[in-house]
Design a protein around this ligand. Structure first.
Ligand code: GRF
Length: 214
């Protein structure tokens, strides 16, 4: 079950410039793939302006295949965490990114970065927040014996996985579930939920622009 405003359904295609998104990744990139697929099929009216990875060998980078520019920005190439964050922010701003999507980005962004993109950063997390923030959310869910888990898309603020919740999708925990089986079931929901959340964000931005213009 996806709990989400369905106003994106009403958005007419091509009635505004595409939403420019920047996707931050560190690893596998299956959520990035879901965004690219939805964009390629026209389901998602968004342009992936840039994909940024903090890991040069992230499998996510191999998925891009010309669809979007891929940029590697490594922490070790920067003297401080602030300089690293700033390099990412500059790369996003250079490409006029409107929405920053954290799709398996395994670093915490600092306060300056959040200020520069306040209200324009979303993250996908594999639990029903506020339960189980941080790492190994699916393992935490199993250890606590919850019967329902799921995934959450939330706005990113200075807290760890604590920003306002935009959308959630529930996934039952089944008898005999392992961390792997539960993660796999949640991941499928993540792909749909993240795309819907981006659509909803684009729709809201479009509606706000109409209100301002009227
Ligand atoms: C997902 O489970 C996401 O919720 C979490 O990291 C994982 C990334 O997977 N933040 P992928 O790289 O998108 O396949």
């Amino acid at each position: 079950m996806a709990i989400l405003c369905n106003c994106y359904n009403k958005r007419m295609k091509n009635d505004a410039a595409k939403l420019k998104i920047g996707v931050l990744v560190s690893g596998r990139g299956s959520n990035l793939q879901a965004i690219m697929d939805a964009s390629a099929s026209g389901v998602l009216d968004a342009e992936i302006a840039v994909v940024i990875s903090d890991k040069p060998d992230a499998p996510a980078l191999r998925r891009i295949d010309g669809v979007a520019p891929g940029v590697v920005i490594e922490r070790k190439s920067h003297p401080t965490a602030e300089a690293f964050d700033s390099a990412i922010a500059n790369a996003l701003e250079e490409r006029r990114v409107e929405l920053v999507v954290l799709a398996g980005f395994m670093r915490v962004l600092g306060a300056d970065f959040i200020r520069r993109f306040r209200g324009r950063i979303i993250n996908i997390h594999p639990s029903l927040l506020p339960s189980f923030p941080g790492l190994h959310a699916q393992r935490q869910a199993l250890l606590h014996g919850v019967k329902i888990s799921g995934c959450t898309v939330h706005l990113v603020d200075e807290s760890l996985d604590g920003g306002p919740i935009l959308a959630q999708s529930a996934v039952p925990v089944l008898p005999g579930d392992t961390e792997e089986s539960l993660s796999e079931r949640i991941l499928k929901k993540e792909h749909t939920l993240l795309v819907k959340a981006i659509m909803a964000y684009g729709s809201a931005r479009h509606n706000m622009a109409n209100v301002k213009g009227s």
